[in-house]
Ligand binder design. Structure first.
Ligand code: NAP
Length: 228
């Protein structure tokens, strides 16, 4: 499968590396490939510059959002929540039309410092905003409620735990579920919450996730929905 992973941060890198390791064709999308490769400073989260990661993954090309979307069968949005709509607009509605778009972004607003706030929230979600902006694209929200290392390696967390899936298109959710199973999620761990409006709830788990991160002192944990 041909994937375009939008985002040069730790999430985009982690997902792109996993997809490449599984044998998929992968490109990473960015605003300006030359500028991204020229960065020499760690990013705001302290991750090494993208070029360092890229040296270890030379098979993953760095391309513009538009080139990435144009050549991909599936697009994964791992850009910052505040930049996601701009990134996808740059990708182009025509390039995204008819395709599955996996949205792992969270609408975290750090403009007033820590902890971040959510925008949109309550009556809307980033997943819905993206679906409204690109009605011909099949948006599936998933993986946004855990650390990126857990996304691609659920065995980092002991026992059964849960990955939520939200989206309007049943076939697209089936396709995304297949991808999750290839990441070694168990069938029992994948929980389809319903249409894309259910992304409100998973995005609103982020304040809880951040509190747990502080309380536990590490990010290798996840939510587990136990049910009768
Ligand atoms: P990030 O720093 O949140 O985002 C970096 C990416 O966003 C870069 O590719 C950047 O483009 C792009 N970007 C930023 N502003 C933009 C704008 N105005 N227009 C277009 N693109 C823009 O990276 P991250 O820490 O890897 O997180 C990615 C997403 O995953 C976020 O939404 C985050 O909330 C979510 N998430 C993170 C984790 C985790 O484990 N950290 C877990 C779950 C969900 P350039 O490449 O051009 O700089």
């Amino acid at each position: 499968m041909r994937y375009a992973v939008f985002g040069t941060g730790i999430v985009g890198r982690t997902i792109a590396a996993k997809l490449a390791a599984l044998g998929h064709q992968v490109v990473v999308g960015t605003r300006d490939a030359e500028a991204t490769l020229a960065r020499t400073e760690p990013d705001s989260m302290g991750n090494p510059p993208f070029a360092q990661w890229h040296n270890g993954h030379p098979q993953v090309r760095l391309v513009s959002f538009a080139e990435g979307a144009g050549g991909a069968e599936v697009v994964i949005n791992a850009t910052s929540g505040t930049g996601s709509l701009d990134a996808l607009t740059a990708a182009g509605a025509d390039n995204l039309a008819g395709k599955v778009l996996i949205d792992v972004a969270n609408p975290l607003d750090f403009s007033a410092g820590m902890p971040p706030t959510l925008n949109p929230v309550n009556t809307d979600s980033l997943g819905e905003q993206i679906q409204r902006a690109f009605p011909d694209t099949k948006v599936v929200k998933t993986l946004n409620t855990m650390n990126c290392q857990v996304m691609v390696d659920p065995s980092r967390v002991a026992g059964e735990h849960t990955v939520f899936v939200s989206g309007n298109d049943a076939e697209a959710k089936d396709q995304v579920t297949e991808l999750l199973l290839s990441f070694d999620w168990s069938e029992a761990g994948v929980l389809d919450l319903g249409d894309i409006t259910t992304a409100r709830g998973t995005e609103m788990l982020l304040p809880v996730w951040l509190s747990l991160w502080g309380a536990l002192g590490h990010a290798d944990f996840n939510f587990h929905i136990a049910s009768a």
